[in-house]
Design a protein around this ligand. Structure first.
Ligand code: SF4
Length: 106
């Protein structure tokens, strides 16, 4: 796993990814209810502030603002469900060109 500090995107070491879809959380709007953690616990996790963050496939929690991780293909449906149902409307699933696949305004 390599994190590109310029983009905040964690790049997986394997190719089983969902067409390059990436996910991020806007903590400013997160309610901390934990729906996303329930749906995809290997992608989302609460930090000690009670808010949800994305994490890498090695479990590293990415707490910098705007941090994104590639969505693992087996978790695509769970991540999109989390984005669709997120009470804070603050999970963004983005295509490689930056347009939204799921999340607020998609
Ligand atoms: S579902 Fe949305 S509001 Fe709830 S903890 Fe996850 S990111 Fe925050």
């Amino acid at each position: 796993m390599v994190t590109d500090d310029r983009s905040g995107v964690a790049t997986p070491a394997n190719s089983s990814v969902s067409g390059g879809l990436r996910v991020r959380v806007d903590q400013a709007a997160c309610t901390g209810d934990g729906l996303c953690v329930t749906r995809a616990p290997s992608v989302f996790e609460h930090d000690i502030d009670g808010l949800a963050y994305v994490k890498t496939d090695t479990g590293e929690l990415l707490t910098q603002p705007g941090a994104r991780v590639i969505v693992p293909l087996p978790l695509l449906d769970a991540v999109i469900d989390a984005a669709d149902e997120c009470p804070g409307d603050c999970i963004y699933v983005e295509r490689p060109d930056g347009t939204l696949e799921a999340g607020p305004g998609s």
